[in-house]
Write a protein that binds this ligand. Structure first.
Ligand code: HPA
Ligand code: ZN
Length: 332
């Protein structure tokens, strides 16, 4: 195999692949009322227009949680994932590791089984029709009370999915500032005791110390975003030495005002320091419909990576994937 056969994706929130088109369609078929006091929800085009002006992660998350409230039935979850896999196939994706936020659905009375069954059907179809392999990663929401995440983790069906391999591991997402990794120490220790793989969003809006805490306190084997690592050279050297994968999301950082342009991202610093990172889309339907290939292109335009540097990025992604060793060997 060669590097050209790979884009793999490790940081895509499936609820962030909900396009305004599908959002309005499901709101209508499920009889879900969207906010009437927000002009953005008047039409597909006003919603797309609003998505061009997020002020921060939290401003985006406000729309993200309203959006996903239209997901009700198993076939809704399937349609959402299938929409993503079609985009992924067009972009040449061969392997995708997909986050989902069960707490945001369980709290609306949707069963875990409904969510998972819908995704599984789409995953099977993506494998059959496109040859795309995929894994699911169950994320916990850091803006909710910690006991809420522990209660979710202890739902028998959810825990079984993590221990029987139908879900590859856990993550931590949602509002970052003010919600340090330390809060979720118990959750991550419980997961570690089961031998469950762990990642966490850290260093997106939060400081580099959140990356250190995710590594040291939560025991994560990779770090989602992690761009704040550049603020701590000592930690950066350690992350490079350990070979921990960062899942960088260029367009996301621009849309959520972490940076003014992709060229401000520490891509060159990471390459020079030997930090392992992959390039990802995060929430493509909310961030200008920039799926993974647009993110690769933006990085290339800003940093003009050599073929050898792209090979390093791709190989880092494969090595950091949460798939079987056999699948890794096929992709390398
Ligand atoms: N950061 C934190 N939480 C999220 C994100 C993100 O980029 N996308 C969806 N949930
Ligand atoms: Zn994310």
């Amino acid at each position: 195999a060669d590097a050209y056969s790979w884009p793999g994706e490790h940081h895509i929130h499936i609820e962030g692949a909900l396009t305004p088109e599908l959002l309005f369609q499901l709101a209508s078929s499920n009889g879900v009322t969207l906010p009437t006091d927000d002009h953005a929800f008047q039409s597909v085009s006003t919603l797309y227009e609003r998505y061009q002006h997020f002020e921060s992660l939290d401003d985006f998350l406000h729309y993200y949680y309203i959006g996903m409230s239209v997901l009700v039935t198993e076939s809704d979850f399937e349609a959402l994932a299938w929409d993503y896999f079609q985009h992924a196939a067009r972009d040449g994706v061969v392997h995708a590791e997909v986050f989902f936020d069960p707490q945001a659905h369980l709290s609306r009375g949707i069963s875990y089984e409904t969510i998972l069954s819908g995704f599984k059907t789409a995953q099977t179809r993506a494998l059959e029709e496109f040859g795309i392999t995929s894994e699911l990663i169950c994320c916990f929401l850091r803006h909710l009370p910690v006991p809420d995440s522990l209660a979710a983790f202890n739902i028998p069906e959810l825990q079984a999915s993590l221990t029987n391999g139908s879900v590859a591991g856990i993550g931590l997402d949602s509002s970052e500032s003010g919600f340090p990794p330390l809060l979720f120490k118990d959750l991550y220790q419980q997961a570690a005791a089961f031998g469950i793989r762990r990642t966490a969003h850290a260093g997106e809006e939060g400081p580099a110390s959140y990356i250190r805490d995710a590594l040291d306190t939560l025991g994560v084997s990779r770090v989602d975003h992690g761009v704040a690592l550049v603020q701590d050279r000592e930690l950066m050297a350690r992350v490079a030495e350990q070979g921990t994968l960062l899942t960088v999301c260029p367009w996301s950082n621009v849309f959520l005002k972490g940076v003014r342009s992709v060229s401000e991202l520490p891509i060159r610093e990471f390459l020079d320091a030997g930090v392992q990172f992959s390039i990802n889309s995060d929430d493509p339907a909310y961030f200008g419909n920039h799926y993974i290939l647009d993110n690769f292109c933006a990085v290339q335009e800003a940093f003009n990576l050599s073929v050898d540097e792209w090979r390093r990025v791709c190989e880092a992604g494969i090595r950091g994937s949460w798939c079987s060793e056999q699948r890794k060997a096929e992709m390398l």
